[in-house]
Ligand binder design. Structure first.
Ligand code: AMP
Length: 397
């Protein structure tokens, strides 16, 4: 795996695929610049080498060509601020004359941001001619967009073939890969995977992969009830996917064969409707009364899960333990987050990845107290499922 550290960028133009898909408000102000900040070390390394940076990204989901709302020009000033005042030039198109003229002018130490890649339909189609037009702009291709590395788009994967020997990962992408590889291939035992979230169907493949690696699998969230039901429990009107019963049984059977401990919630905080203000009671998960639904793990489960997490040396967390967006059903998710923090403080390696568990860890301001918070939800899950990603393959091959 080659990273920007393997190259000197002196007098070179680095064409960097970043993930600047940041949220903007109605006044086009950036409301969360995490993704931009993440890319700064890569940009800085190249500038310090005496190279120049041509940055390309998508922003939002433009449907029909250019749209003001999705223009990357709204990011120019903030990017300049993040770079300590380095001037950032802007090209009104990511290919063609505008882009070529702007890159021709670019000297060492300078930065250029290209307009939204997705203003061209060819980007998402992985069009080779379009990838070639982008490739013309730089000498070395750097992929630093982990969040889109699971897409075989022109700028994330196809483009790499135009840079034989001159392609590498930036610090965001290499950091993500190092973290997930540590968990999947170098995990100190016991390795506990905590899986939560809404649906089993979204997590089947990842569970099937993790069962081969983990010592313990902790299950929470709405997906747990399909397991409870598969084992003959009464789950009331809790979230349930009948067609996934065979998958759940298969996972339980495989775990038994492989000697993996699977933990399914013993008790749940139940509600009589899907609302923070609903009536509540704690029930055994196998005996939820009709008309009630489990929306969080109960205290007995919390304690058991905290114990298992506390004894772990490697922890992967994907998905909340309950409907953590509602305060009355957030306790289990918060308890799991604190147990992970505690285990981390005692030397465990913890990776938090995939959508809502990242939202949860950030909500409790615990991001600094775990080992790694992944920036790419879908990409991380696909990497665990498939063992690689198109954007990673393209740079490695
Ligand atoms: P995912 O994107 O699959 O990680 O799912 C996250 C969503 O699952 C969150 O919005 C949670 O509110 C929801 N969720 C977690 N536990 C439950 C539950 N017991 N019943 C319904 N939804 C849940």
């Amino acid at each position: 795996m080659k990273t920007v550290n393997d190259f000197s960028f002196a007098n070179k133009k680095a064409l960097i695929r970043v993930d600047f898909n940041v949220p903007l408000n109605d006044a086009f102000q950036i409301t969360d610049d995490t993704r931009m900040r993440a890319a700064i070390p890569t940009i800085q390394k190249i500038l310090n080498d005496g190279g120049s940076c041509i940055l390309m990204s998508h922003l939002g989901r433009p449907k029909e060509g250019p749209a003001e709302k999705y223009s990357l020009k709204h990011l120019v000033q903030h990017l300049s601020n993040l770079l300590g005042g380095v001037e950032v030039a802007f090209a009104t198109d990511c290919v063609g004359t505008a882009a070529e003229e702007a890159t021709a002018k670019l000297g060492p130490g300078q930065v250029l941001l290209l307009e939204n890649l997705r203003f061209h339909k060819q980007e998402e189609k992985g069009d080779e001619t379009f990838a070639g037009a982008l490739a013309k702009l730089g000498d070395i291709y750097v992929n630093d967009a982990f969040g889109t590395a699971h897409r075989a788009h022109a700028s994330t994967a196809v483009i790499a073939k135009f840079f034989p020997g001159n392609k590498c990962f930036g610090f965001v992408l290499s950091g993500e890969l190092a973290s997930v590889d540590k968990v999947l291939h170098g995990a100190e035992k016991p390795f506990t995977a905590i899986m939560g979230g809404a649906k089993v169907s979204d997590k089947i493949v990842i569970l099937e992969q993790l069962i081969k690696k983990a010592d313990n699998i902790i299950i929470g969230g709405g997906m747990a009830f399909t397991f409870v039901k598969a084992l003959g429990g009464n789950i009331g009107k809790s979230l349930f996917e009948e067609d996934r019963i065979p998958n759940a049984l298969n996972i339980l059977e495989t775990a038994k064969q492989l000697g993996v401990n699977i933990y399914i919630p013993l008790d749940a905080v139940c509600a009589d409707n899907f609302s923070n203000d609903a009536n509540r009671q704690t029930c055994k998960t196998s005996a939820i009364p009709d008309g009630w639904m489990g929306l969080d793990i109960g205290p007995e489960t919390e304690a058991l899960y905290a114990k298992v997490i506390g004894e772990s040396k490697t922890i992967l967390w994907n998905g909340p333990m309950g409907v953590f967006e509602m305060e009355n059903f957030a306790h289990g998710t918060q308890a799991a987050a604190h147990a992970i923090v505690e285990a981390t403080s005692k030397g465990a390696y913890s990776l938090i990845g995939g959508g809502d568990s990242v939202a949860a860890i950030n909500k409790y301001h615990l991001g600094e107290k775990v080992s790694y918070v992944s920036t790419g939800g879908g990409a991380l899950l696909e990497y665990i499922e498939a063992g690689t990603l198109p954007g990673v393959e393209a740079v490695n091959s």
